[in-house]
Design a protein around this ligand. Structure first.
Ligand SMILES: [Zn+2]
Ligand SMILES: [Zn+2]
Length: 352
């Protein structure tokens, strides 16, 4: 079968590889319909290895590079292994990308995103930029008929946004700032709206992304190139600052900025993945009793994400800005996202 295989930095090859074997006990084989390109795929392409094991096999899966990328996907079950009862051949599914041990302290408390042996599909074991992929049956969530396979591939990033919102954990009636309007910022904005926020301000510089934020219901979008965003948020909140700030960018300036944007006693949820460290004076949280909370991936948000998409409370289709075939993944996928970052939100890849 055809697959996009990561060999190293700037070395992703679309090539013929053996189809996965018949699924083992508790596993299923999924025929991939659509798989989105994630920022983390891009990071592995540009600057990897970051998450991909290269020297030793992963402790849970035993996998290491070369590895098939792709974790934001939908597909159809074509084969089930022994003991699988939650899904059947023919079901359309969106798989949670966390493959975990179910045995460590964190798994036993259902904080499975913090599993000691967390293996992310498509980074720490073969993923879905391929015609077929085998995954554990416990990762699977069925897609209802009114969610297309394209939108089904957005369940994973939406789960990230929902998790960030639930880390707050109450948003209803609050004024919220979302930093960044890339995929995660935009799905977080949609999730914040669905959670009943009073007002949602988005901080973003790129023109196309500002328009997306507006379309998805931002109360206002503030551009740091056009003036002091802290002053603007204060002005919009009676001088106080936001009740909740959700950081979805992950650069050295935006972490401290998120803390500044919150009101005294406010909450800062940090969901961005950072390349560098930032400096911050801890008195800015001590003197204000602000709470800084991390958010990593998701743990239990696939079901809610599917329901919110299915009943229309969240509309995500407009986030799909490109659909390409697997053969074109490097040129029209990775390179396109690097060179024309501003015009693109989510590019989906089909192995067909
Ligand atoms: Zn992702
Ligand atoms: Zn575990």
């Amino acid at each position: 079968m055809k697959a996009a295989v990561w060999y190293g930095k700037k070395d992703v090859r679309v090539e013929n590889v053996p189809e996965p074997p018949a699924p083992g006990p508790g596993e299923v084989k999924v025929k991939v319909h659509w798989c989105g390109i994630c920022g983390s795929d891009l990071h592995e392409y540009v600057a990897g290895p970051i998450f991909i094991p290269v020297n030793e096999g992963h402790p849970l899966t035993g996998s290491k590079a070369p590895i098939i990328l792709g974790h934001e996907f939908s597909g159809e079950i074509v084969e089930v292994g022994a003991g699988v009862t939650n899904v059947q051949v023919g079901d359309r599914v969106a798989p949670d990308a966390c493959q975990v041990c179910w045995d460590c302290y964190f798994c036993k408390r259902n904080l499975y995103n913090l599993c000691e042996k967390l293996a992310f599909t498509g980074l720490m074991t073969n993923g879905a930029f391929a015609e077929y992929v085998n995954v554990p049956a416990y990762t699977l969530f069925k897609l209802p008929d009114n969610i297309s396979s394209e939108v089904g591939a957005l369940v994973e990033p939406l789960a990230v946004g929902l998790h960030a919102v639930r880390q707050a954990p109450v948003i209803q009636g609050d004024t919220v700032v979302v930093l960044g309007a890339g995929t995660i910022g935009l799905v977080t904005l949609a999730a914040v709206r669905a959670a009943g926020a009073r007002k949602v301000f988005v901080i973003e510089m790129a023109k196309a992304r500002k328009e997306f934020a507006q379309k998805l219901g931002a109360t206002a979008v503030f551009d740091p190139q056009e003036g002091d965003v802290v002053a603007k948020v204060r002005e919009a909140t009676g001088g106080l600052g936001a009740d909740v700030v959700i950081e979805c960018i992950g650069n050295d300036k935006t972490g401290p900025l998120a803390v500044e944007l919150a009101r005294k006693g406010g909450k800062i949820v940090v969901a961005g993945i950072f390349e560098k460290e930032s400096s911050m004076h801890f008195n800015s949280v001590v003197f204000t009793e602000k709470q800084v909370i991390g958010s990593l991936g998701y743990a239990g948000e696939f079901g809610p994400a599917i329901d919110l998409l299915s009943d229309g409370r969240i509309k995500a289709e407009s986030l799909i800005t490109g659909k390409i075939s697997l053969d074109d993944i490097v040129e029209k996928g990775f390179e396109e996202l690097i060179n024309r970052k501003e015009e693109n939100i989510k590019i989906l890849v089909s192995p067909a």
